[in-house]
Write a protein that binds this ligand. Structure first.
Ligand SMILES: Cc1cc2nc3c(=O)[nH]c(=O)nc-3n(C[C@H](O)[C@H](O)[C@H](O)COP(=O)(O)O)c2cc1C
Length: 173
């Protein structure tokens, strides 16, 4: 079983992205999560590599074979707080890992954001195996009294990428 780490780049406890994180945690055994908004803000904005919470998060990433990146679309890109954390990952810190990017936007207008915004940064961090990823829109994730309900079509697209992950040699070894 591969070590799977989720990096959740939302800045809100009630974000629909949390529904995606919960869905993945239910379907991927022993996935660990780094929720960027819970990391020390001062360390993020001052790029403090020496902060021990940041170092612990980076150790999780170092040990991971699979990284799932979750973020809402903000201003036609990923969130600013996600970038503050990506900037603290050591050079080539995503080398030899399989990456699955998942983004949620308000509409389909920024459907290509994973390609033009997120993937270049992941490549600079050394990632060479980046799955196609999933772009969802708000309407496909409903907030309910008990959490979130993800529409079937969106669940199928998430499952399809999770299946691809499971076929990666890194995941099977
Ligand atoms: C500051 C900000 C900027 C946003 N920019 C975009 C955008 O450029 N394109 C888009 O599709 N959605 C945009 N959205 C909408 C969010 O991506 C979308 O609603 C997402 O699911 C976040 O919703 P949440 O409140 O569930 O986290 C933006 C939302 C915020 C708060």
């Amino acid at each position: 079983m591969a070590h799977v780490v989720i990096i959740n780049g939302t800045n809100s406890e009630s974000s629909r992205i949390q529904g995606v994180q919960q869905y993945i945690e239910q379907h991927v055994e022993e996935a660990r999560s780094i929720e960027v908004y819970k990391l020390p803000a001062q360390a993020l904005v001052t790029a403090d590599y020496t902060n021990e919470v940041i170092q612990a998060a980076n150790r999780l990433i170092e040990q991971a074979q699979v990284i799932i990146i979750l973020t809402p679309v903000y201003k036609a890109s990923y969130t600013g707080i996600l970038k503050t954390f990506l900037d603290l990952i050591p050079q080539k810190g995503l080398e030899n890992k399989v990456i699955l990017p998942i983004m949620v936007g308000g509409s389909a207008h920024h459907l290509l954001v994973i390609e033009y915004a997120l993937k270049p940064v992941l490549s600079v961090l050394g990632a060479t195996t980046i799955l196609q990823g999933v772009y969802l829109i708000d309407q496909s994730i409903e907030r309910t009294a008990h959490g979130f309900t993800i529409q079937e079509e969106a669940r199928e697209r998430l499952q399809s990428q999770l299946q691809k992950l499971r076929k990666e040699p890194i995941f099977l070894s």
